[in-house]
Design a protein around this ligand. Structure first.
Ligand code: MRU
Length: 364
């Protein structure tokens, strides 16, 4: 996507062919800063501290982390050490495991001296494949938005509610939940997006709003508690969210608060869709509530809030009494029964094992 007229992906290689460059997402929307990653330690820190975040981008970044590790030391011991180090960065997004398994399976099978070259090529393939996948999700989801537009007699706008950031910043390009919105907007379908701020880290307020503004998509920022009210008053035509891990039975793990939106959507008859790239499907589990590991992050993300002052300085302030304990669960699970459909790169299916295996018969 474009930033001030220049096309960017969220991750790319510098001209030297091996330094990895990323956009530091902790600084957005107030500062657009590119950061260089030169070692596997740099990559692990960038993922854990959320300079890069979003399930697909975490996977692609970890793949480049393996490549940097192999460039430094192509031994079996280092292959395993890099895998373990990167795997420990964040627990919930399954794309991390998917990318690391993909990389280590290929690297294991070749001679030491071929490992670094192969690793960079394979990481680039993972990144390119993500762009293709997200673009296809965009096409498949655009058709749904167009259906709503037609059903409204092509009057007004199609109102979509989204949670967190599942836009191009969460992927290598295009996004998952936002790809259909970009494709619909680019095709001239009038779309308006309700953007949940998404406490505690405010990925909606800082990242989704920035993306939509940059692309010229009509949007309104709302606090996390507003969605139910909007749905009761007919102001949401459909919800589209992303996912960090969806089980083979269609349970959707996504940013904390997604479940409450799905409940409100169900109660109000609002369709609830999930943009789902296939590397985000965890085929090994069925019951998401029982089996998806939910990340718990630093309580300071809840007790403090980051932003920019009127004088243009960025920083964080404390919003609770000193000494108040806080809990910071980063994700929740929306049971499949609350999900209208999964928008994958191969088409839209029901949130069920039958639906998913119909689109991905090789996983039966
Ligand atoms: O904690 P994050 O920012 O890495 O969480 C990821 C998300 O933004 C979402 O949960 C998103 O909807 C899924 S990633 C496309």
């Amino acid at each position: 996507m474009k930033v001030d007229g220049t096309s960017y992906r969220t991750i790319w290689l510098a001209d030297d062919g091996h330094t990895v460059e990323i956009i530091d997402q902790t600084k957005l929307p107030h500062l657009f800063k590119v950061v260089k990653l030169k070692t596997v330690d740099d990559v692990a820190r960038a993922i854990a501290d959320m300079l890069v975040r979003g399930a697909p981008l975490i996977g692609a970044t970890a793949a480049y982390g393996m490549a940097l590790a192999m460039r430094a030391d192509n031994s079996d011991e280092n292959l395993k050490a890099a895998y373990d180090q990167l795997m420990a960065t964040r627990p919930t997004a399954v794309n991390l495991r998917w990318a690391l398994d993909n990389m280590s399976g290929a690297l294991d099978a070749v001679d030491f001296e071929r490992r670094a070259g192969l690793a960079f090529t394979r990481a680039a393939c993972i990144a390119d494949a993500d762009v293709e996948i997200c673009s296809a999700i965009g096409d498949n989801g655009k058709a749904l938005i167009e259906g709503h537009w037609n059903a409204k007699g092509k009057r007004g706008k199609v109102n979509v509610l989204t949670h967190c950031n599942a836009g191009w910043l969460a992927t290598v390009d295009w996004g998952t939940a936002l790809a259909p919105i970009y494709k619909a907007h680019d095709a001239g379908i009038p779309v308006h997006v309700w953007v949940d701020e998404t406490r505690p880290r405010n990925q909606g307020a800082s990242l989704t709003a920035w993306e939509l503004l940059s692309h010229g998509v009509d949007h309104t920022l709302i606090v996390d508690n507003v969605g139910g009210h909007l749905m009761q008053h007919g102001l949401v035509d459909l919800c589209i969210v992303g996912t960090d891990r969806t089980t083979r039975c269609g349970d959707v793990c996504n940013k904390i608060g997604t479940y409450l939106k799905a409940l409100a959507a169900h109660d109000n008859g609002v369709p609830f869709y999930v943009g789902l790239p296939s590397p985000t499907i965890d085929w090994t589990i069925c019951d998401g509530v029982a089996d998806v590991p939910i990340e718990e992050r630093d309580a300071a993300e809840v007790t403090r809030i980051w932003g920019r002052t009127g004088k243009g300085k960025t920083g964080s302030i404390t919003i609770s009494p000193d000494g108040t304990p806080a809990a910071n669960y980063a994700f929740d699970v929306t049971p499949s029964r609350l999900v209208t459909g999964l928008i994958t790169e191969r088409g839209v299916c029901t949130a069920s094992e039958e639906g998913l295996t119909e689109l991905f018969p090789e996983k039966k």
